[in-house]
Design a protein around this ligand. Structure first.
Ligand code: G6P
Length: 610
């Protein structure tokens, strides 16, 4: 989703801004732009729809020079994908603004600003920020005060960076609902919506808090809280390793990330699980005390992370004897819900910045949950900072918009949480041993599973001309079927639906014909015979099936069914293992269809607006 980069330096900042935007490309966007305070005192701007490279080419054609500048990748919310709607937005001849989030009262602001003589040149909500700040500046105050007065008039979410042509030595930034991070350099300072953007120029960061407004010059950073009081915020040294240009020889980040799964799952387990179970304090100091009293878990998430939570519900209730609810964050935050006694709120998020999940966490705090835990992949992210407990998944930077390794490490984390909560709720010795030993076997099993790639490439050939598909699973494989369907629609644009296969006869059977491939996940578990009956129901109606099956599950290929053997696995790790072939299937179908695998159309990696 939208990305922000800004810089105040002695050197020309154009390359820093463009490189920053390239590093944010993975988040998804549809247009890009840059504005500079030129050395001759003019304010210049270049904007383009499409890729950052098109913006960079346009910049290269001219003489873009500036020591203070802001840049943006836009993911359209208000107003179509056009150059005039791309950021930065100007208020005539003076103010330049980039903005992530949504100004919800933009209509009334627009009317009031129009009546004061401002002309709007875009359809965006963002342009109201530029004119509001301009109006405040006209009363004679400095940029900082103008922004502080302006933000009081905005309802909604914003991470915004503002420049004033009359004061080229600084940018002023404001955060409410959309993250911003200040990067500290030597004699130069930076701002971005994501630290990834600034890694080539600094590793020292200040994460702004909700309501903060900050003034950034080459030598100083002054931060004020929502009441206007000066505040100090911690400086954090980043240890993120990320070379945005490095696909390690793979054609796409997504394929690289699929193949990284054995390694990142191993990292995720390291020093956390030994032969006897969990090592001490893996959910942070004080977690064990909290877990002792937990009687219910409420999981909240979006997208792929929601599927991880759905799988976890099966595990927590089956093995840890803890009742569990799971809900999509955007639903939870807008309905009245009942808080169970001794209920732990668990949010899951690869980015830690998903607007709906963050809002759900804030709501849960008001509702009186006993504590909150986030399972997250980004240290320092908003969810990590605002939750009582944080468990890092250690998947490393995930660049492909379609989540892969973040998902399997989330599932791994949930098995560890199952052990931790099970300790206090009577997990059986047999289940504990089974979870621990299957976790130990997991990285090697993932490697073995990745080796079946070739079969899946062939299968993708048969699949790529279809327009619709149905994914079936039962029990803890039902969420995996949902995740498989999500992957396929995200990157190949083939319509895919997932059903718990027991529901087949309640509707989806009506859709079955030879044009509707049916994908079945079939581990050798206690539900296998039930699943086989569902397979027969599809076969009897002329359906064509692709069955990912345990080699001992006794499925064999024939003219209506293609069977792909998946390595046998013991214990509860099967959902993690069966995720792999479904990821590969989506990847190879997308490859054949020639879609933009790493940045699929209309989607964003980090959804910071609701
Ligand atoms: C976006 C991403 C998905 C992700 C979802 C939730 O839609 O494209 O890959 O699953 O957001 O994001 P989160 O960061 O909260 O896991």
């Amino acid at each position: 989703m939208c990305g922000i980069v800004g810089a105040v330096a002695e050197r020309n900042v154009v390359e820093i801004l463009l490189e920053g935007l390239k590093r944010l490309e993975y988040r998804g966007y549809d247009s890009a732009g840059v504005a500079l305070l030129q050395q001759d005192g003019t304010l210049s701007r270049i904007r383009r729809t499409g890729k950052v490279q098109e913006l960079a080419d346009a910049v290269a054609e001219g003489e873009a020079l500036g020591t203070t500048g802001i840049a943006h990748t836009r993911w359209a919310t208000h107003g179509g994908v056009t150059e005039k709607n791309a950021h930065p937005h100007f208020s005539p001849e003076r103010v330049a603004v980039v903005h992530n989030g949504i100004i919800e009262n933009y209509q009334s602001l627009r009317e009031s600003l129009t009546s004061k003589g401002y002309t709007f040149t875009s359809d965006t909500d963002t342009e109201t920020i530029a004119h509001t700040v301009h109006e405040e500046l006209k009363s004679g105050c400095a940029l900082l005060a103008a922004v502080q007065h302006s933000v009081k008039q905005f309802h909604g979410a914003y991470g915004t960076v503002i420049m004033d042509k009359e004061d080229p030595s600084r940018v002023v930034v404001a955060r409410s609902g959309s993250p911003l991070v200040i990067g500290l350099g030597l004699g130069e300072n930076f701002i971005a919506s994501d630290q990834m953007a600034l890694l080539p120029v600094t590793r020292r960061f200040i994460f702004l808090e909700e309501g903060d407004v900050a003034e950034i010059t080459r030598r100083e950073v002054n931060i004020f809280d929502k009441d206007g009081n000066p505040v100090e915020r911690d400086v954090v040294e980043s240890n993120i390793e990320h070379d945005a240009g490095d696909k390690a020889g793979y054609r796409h980040y997504m394929l690289k990330e699929i193949h990284e799964q054995p390694t990142v799952v191993r990292n995720s387990l390291q020093n956390r699980v030994d032969d006897n179970g969990l090592t001490a304090d893996i959910f942070g100091p004080g977690a064990d005390e909290i877990f002792r009293d937990v009687k219910h878990v409420q999981i909240i998430a979006c997208g792929t992370s929601y599927h991880a939570g759905m799988t976890a519900r099966y595990w927590l209730e089956q093995y840890a004897n803890v009742s569990c609810g799971i809900e999509i964050a955007s639903e939870f935050r807008y309905r009245k819900s009942v808080v169970h006694e001794n209920s732990l709120l668990v949010t899951i998020s690869q980015s830690g910045e998903t607007a709906d999940t963050l809002a759900a966490l804030r709501l849960a705090k008001e509702l009186g949950y006993m504590s909150s835990l986030t399972i997250c992949n980004v240290p320092g992210s908003s969810l990590v900072r605002e939750s009582d407990l944080a468990f890092m998944t250690r998947a490393g930077a995930e660049i492909g918009v379609a989540s892969t390794k973040a998902f399997t490490t989330q599932l791994t984390a949930f098995l560890m949480l199952t052990l931790a909560l099970g300790e206090h709720n009577g997990i059986s010795a047999e289940d504990k041993t089974s979870i621990v030993s299957s976790l130990h076997s997991l990285p090697a099993k993932l490697e073995e599973t990745l080796a079946i790639t070739q079969g899946i490439e062939d299968l993708a050939e048969e699949f790529a001309d279809k327009n619709h598909s149905l994914f079936l699973g039962r029990g803890d494989q039902y969420p995996i079927a949902m995740e498989g369907a999500l992957k396929l629609k995200e990157i190949s644009y083939i319509h895919a639906e997932a059903y718990a296969s027991g529901e087949l006869k309640h509707g989806p059977l009506a859709l079955i014909d030879e044009e509707m491939p049916v994908i079945v996940v079939a581990p050798n578990n206690e539900l296998l015979e039930k699943l086989k009956s569902n397979v027969e129901e599809v076969r009897a109606r002329g359906g064509i099936m692709y069955v990912f099956a345990d080699k001992d599950a006794a499925f064999s290929s024939d003219e209506t069914m293609r069977v792909i053997n998946v390595p046998h696995c013991e214990g509860p790790i099967a959902p993690i293992i069966y995720t792999i072939p479904l990821q590969l299937l989506s990847y190879y179908v997308a490859l054949i269809k020639g879609t933009d695998v790493d940045q699929p159309r209309n989607l964003a990696k980090s959804v910071t607006v609701e």
